[in-house]
Design a binder for this molecule. Sequence first.
Ligand code: CP
Length: 303
Amino acid sequence: MKHFVSMKHLTAEELLQLVQLATDIQAQGVSGYREQLFAANLFFEPSTRTKMSFTVAERKLGLEVLDFAAEASSVTKGETVYDTAKTLQSIGASVLVIRHPEEHTAAMLTEKLDIPVINAGDGKGEHPTQCLLDLMTIYQEYGRFKDLKIVIAGDIRHSRVARSNAMALRNLGAQVFAAGKPEWMDESIGIPVLDMDEAVEQCDVMMLLRIQFERHETKREAAGYLENYGLTVEREKRMQRHAIIMHPAPVNRGIEIDDSLVEAPRSRIFRQMENGVAARMAVILTLLEGWGIKHGYNLDKRE
Ligand code: CP
């Protein structure tokens, strides 16, 4: 058989041979068969960093990546998120990564699937792997969290990063504050608000957020934002000598941060991205272990 294009090309005998072979493979595996693990990356919202670093993390751990593009999938025919995820589990995914515009989507799947689910961002809800790589970046800088003064500045109301980070950092003993345009503050996150000019002088970490225009009900309006609420060169000069700048990216250069500061010596923005791979490897490995799923990573390699 050279191709497999139409049933009209197959005899009954060929069909039965295929059915038997498939049944045998399912029951016994094939000679020299080494169990493969598959990771399904379901992104229903655009992503560069999270999707690509999950891909690198999965490949480094020896997993095969099932790449999924919602716009090219049966979602366009009306298939639900649950049916899509259940399909990926059914065809062999051992771990499922999902980004979705609706809050609680990943949580809903954890109640219905029998494989680990990783939230890669759910609407305005949470972005826990971004949070982990942020924690890693801060820890590399200071070696602790306790009593660090961390200011999360910007569009907090629409930010899943702010929600995850405020929770985790407070849990770790940091002092967490918000700063930015008053209408974008969010009392439900439960962190005190500082004026941006006060914040730059006091913080150990200035964690800027992107203005999430796509989640705004009103039209894109950024005029005067940098001068009034963003990190200008003048404000950066007033930061403490040791303080660092972070941003989950993508960055709106010249809106929440002056273009020249994105790669300033105190910026850790690209370090955060670098840390994203190891942080996601740690999450996947921990989940596979937790489910008792054998994986290809040699734990003995750890120092
Ligand atoms: N920080 C972050 O989540 O970036 P992406 O949207 O590019 O994944």
